[in-house]
Design a protein around this ligand. Structure first.
Ligand code: PHE
Length: 329
C-alpha cells in the first residue's frame, strides 16, 4: 500500500503539471475526488490493523495534502500567465492618436514669404544672431553716435579692443546684406529670415526677441518701381489679393531714399515695414560700385505680419508657449 501511495503521488504530479485551467480540477479529482484513487485507500483503512491503519493513514493524509498543494501551485501559475497575456499590448489595435506639434505662426508666415519670393528668383541667405558691431551698424552707415547703438536698444555681448570687434545680439537682419555683398557681386537677390533682439520694455507690440525678414536686390538699373513691385507681390500673397500697399517717406541710415510701407487692411492703413534704395555708401563699403549698380532692401517684422494676418493682438503670445495659442493656426 505504501508503494501504491507513492505511485499515486507521482501520477498526480505529472497529471497536474500537464493540466490547463479547465482540466485542473478533473485531473485532481482522479486522485483526491470522491472516488479518487487516494480517497479509496483512505476509505479502506478500516480493514487494517490498528497499527497499520495509523501508519498508512498518516501517509495517505500526507499524500492528500501534497496533492492539494500541487493543485494550488498549478492554479497560481496558470492565472499569473493569463494575467500576463492580458497585459500584453495589442499593437494591432487602433490607439489614441499621438499629440503632434504645431508650426508657430511665425514659421508659417516665414515659409509663405520664402515661397512668395523664391518664385521671383530670390535665394535664402542667413547670418548669425550674435553679430559684429561692424556689420550690424558701421557698414550699414549707422554712425557711432547714432542712438540705435546705445545700451537702451542693444544687447551687447562683448566689448572688443579699441572699440573694434565688439559683438552684440543683432538688432535687425540688415547685417546679412553686408555679409552677403562682401562675398558676392551683383546680380544679387536674397531674402533672410531670422531672429533679432532689442533691449526694450515689452508690451503688446514690443518684444525684446522677435523675427525679421530681410530682402535685398542689387543689379544694374534697379529702381523704386522694382521694389514696389516685389513688395506688392508678397503682401498680396500673404494678406490677400485685395490688399493695397503704399510707400511713405521715412529715414534709415542705410537706404536713400527710405520708406515705410503701409498696407490697406481691414479698412485702415497699417504700418508694416521699412524699405528703401541701398545707400551708395553701403555699396561702397562692400566694394560694389554705386555708379554701376543700384538696389533696394526691405525689412519686415515677421510677428507684425503674422499679427495682421491672424488678427493677433499681443506680440508676447508668440513666445508664451501657450498651446491654446499655437494650436489655432
Ligand atoms: N533694418 C530696418 C529695421 O530694423 C528695416 C529696414 C531694412 C529698412 C532694410 C530699410 C531697408 O527697422
Amino acid at each position: 500500500m505504501e508503494a501504491e501511495i507513492q505511485k499515486i503521488i507521482e501520477e498526480a504530479r505529472q497529471s497536474i503539471a500537464a493540466s490547463d485551467r479547465s482540466s485542473l480540477i478533473p485531473s485532481a479529482a482522479k486522485f483526491i475526488g470522491r472516488q479518487g484513487s487516494l480517497t479509496e485507500i483512505l476509505k479502506s483503512l478500516g480493514n487494517l490493523s490498528i497499527e497499520e491503519r495509523k501508519r498508512i493513514g498518516e501517509q495517505a493524509n500526507q499524500a492528500k495534502i501534497a496533492i492539494e498543494a500541487m493543485v494550488t501551485e498549478r492554479e497560481q501559475k496558470l492565472s499569473a500567465a493569463q494575467q500576463k497575456q492580458m497585459m500584453r499590448r495589442d499593437v494591432g489595435l487602433p490607439g489614441i492618436p499621438p499629440v503632434v506639434g504645431h508650426l508657430s505662426p511665425v514659421t508659417i508666415v516665414t515659409r509663405e514669404l520664402i515661397s512668395a519670393l523664391t518664385e521671383l528668383g530670390f535665394e535664402v541667405a542667413e547670418g548669425p544672431e550674435v553679430e559684429l558691431e561692424l556689420y550690424n551698424f558701421d557698414m550699414l552707415n549707422i554712425p557711432a553716435d547714432h542712438p540705435a547703438r546705445d545700451q537702451w536698444d542693444t544687447f551687447w555681448v562683448k566689448q572688443g579692443k579699441d572699440g573694434k570687434n565688439s559683438t552684440l545680439l543683432r538688432t535687425h537682419t540688415s547685417p546679412v546684406q553686408v555679409r552677403y555683398m562682401l562675398q558676392h557681386q551683383p546680380p544679387i537677390r536674397i531674402i533672410s529670415p531670422g531672429r533679432t533682439f532689442r533691449y526694450e520694455a515689452e508690451n503688446t507690440s514690443h518684444s525684446s526677441v522677435f523675427n525679421q525678414f530681410e530682402g535685398l536686390m542689387v543689379d544694374k538699373g534697379i529702381s523704386v518701381a522694382h521694389m514696389k513691385g516685389v513688395i506688392d507681390h508678397f503682401v498680396k500673397k500673404i494678406l490677400g489679393s485685395e490688399v493695397k500697399a503704399r510707400l511713405r517717406p521715412s529715414f534709415f541710415p542705410f537706404t536713400e531714399p527710405s520708406f515705410e510701407v503701409d498696407v490697406w487692411f481691414n479698412g485702415q492703413w497699417l504700418e508694416l515695414m521699412g524699405c528703401g534704395m541701398v545707400h551708395p555708401q553701403v555699396l561702397r563699403n562692400v566694394n560694389i560700385d554705386p555708379s554701376e549698380y543700384s538696389g533696394f532692401a526691405f525689412g519686415v517684422g515677421t510677428e507684425r505680419l503674422a499679427m495682421l494676418k491672424y488678427d493677433i493682438d499681443d506680440i508676447r503670445l508668440f513666445l508664451s508657449g501657450d498651446p491654446r495659442f499655437v494650436t489655432q493656426f
